[in-house]
Design a protein around this ligand. Structure first.
Ligand code: NDP
Length: 288
């Protein structure tokens, strides 16, 4: 039987409606309007598009956007000075530094300078450490969206055999931790993993984040598995595909997320969620 498709676009829209309601209620009750500082350095077209989409989503959710567009020639010290200013701005509850940054700027230095209390992307070492403890103030947006997508299927995570392919700090590792905190038995795979197909075939939940077009084929997938495809790969004809070979795999999996229209929209929704949660904490309200 063909897999059911996890419609990330529709799920994200529903979540964003809830966030817009929360945001309006927070403003009405406390006078605090959630604010996100968006920092874009340079002219990278993909980054510009991502930032535009995030700004549009913020507008729709009633989130104030503190926008900073800087030239590609910006120095690390200039960017650090801006981060210091937005860290101190009481109207800002989340800070997004769009990556990648120009090569004269060390991304790690910049991300470490963002206040852990405004770290909407959840990339600061403080939040990474708290994530290991299961107590992150901000959970990285993409893995947080992945969990919401799995939960939306109604398939219980607890006790399941989960395999995460990819171990980056922004996707693979936090996704594995979030699954572990939900009592899955988790294996993390990477480029040095031996017999990857055999490991993947054990997965009842398979999360793939490697950045290789259609890499995961049907013979690597267990019958009935929940398959979440994080990858975004641009083909020569300009179209986008995931890391999973969607057609054949969808004949074998139980649930599958598409690309586009899967994890991407959920990542943006989770950025808004993190910003509103932060604004609630600022207002002294309990976050969800
Ligand atoms: P990275 O390049 O940082 O990490 C890729 C990971 O994949 C590494 O751990 C690497 O292993 C592993 N890997 C690469 N090749 C193989 C292989 N042949 N077999 C097994 N593992 C392999 O990527 P990201 O985590 O940043 O992103 C992954 C994908 O997700 C990309 O396509 C990216 O565009 C997409 N993405 C999508 C988002 C969204 O919102 N939809 C958000 C973020 C990312 P090793 O560590 O050994 O090198």
């Amino acid at each position: 039987m063909a897999a059911r498709v996890i419609d990330g676009k529709a799920l994200a829209l529903t979540i964003r409606e809830g966030i817009a309601k929360d945001s309006a209620e927070l403003h009405a009750r406390t006078g605090v309007k959630p604010g996100l500082a968006v920092i874009l350095v340079g002219e990278d077209p993909a980054s510009k598009l991502y930032v535009k989409n995030k700004q549009k989503a913020c507008d729709a959710a009633g989130i104030y956007v503190d926008e900073h567009k800087l030239p590609a020639s910006t120095t690390q010290d200039e960017l650090l000075a801006l981060i210091k200013r937005v860290n101190a701005n009481p109207l800002v509850h989340g800070i997004l530094v769009q990556l990648p940054l120009p090569k004269q700027i060390d991304s790690k230095v910049i991300l470490d300078a963002v206040s852990p209390l405004k770290d909407a992307d959840g990339f600061h070492p403080y939040n990474m450490g708290r994530l290991v403890e299961g107590m992150a103030l901000f959970t990285p947006c993409t893995p947080k969206g992945v969990i919401k997508m799995i939960e939306s299927t109604g398939v219980a995570i607890e006790g399941k055999r989960a395999v995460v392919v990819g171990r980056s700090n922004i996707v693979g590792k936090p996704a594995a931790l979030l699954l572990l905190h939900r009592n899955a038995t988790v294996t993390v795979c990477h480029s040095k993993t031996k017999d990857l197909p055999a490991v993947c075939r054990e997965a009842e939940i398979l999360v793939v984040a490697i950045g290789k077009a259609r890499f995961v084929t049907a013979d690597m997938v267990r019958e009935g598995a929940v398959v979440i495809d994080v990858g975004v790969n641009r083909l020569e004809d300009g179209t986008f595909v995931g890391d999973v070979d969607f057609g054949p795999v969808s004949q074998k999996a139980g649930w599958i997320s598409p690309v586009p229209g899967g994890v991407g929209p959920m990542t943006i929704a989770m950025l808004l969620d993190n910003t509103v949660e932060s604004a609630k904490r600022t207002a002294g309200l309990q976050s969800r």
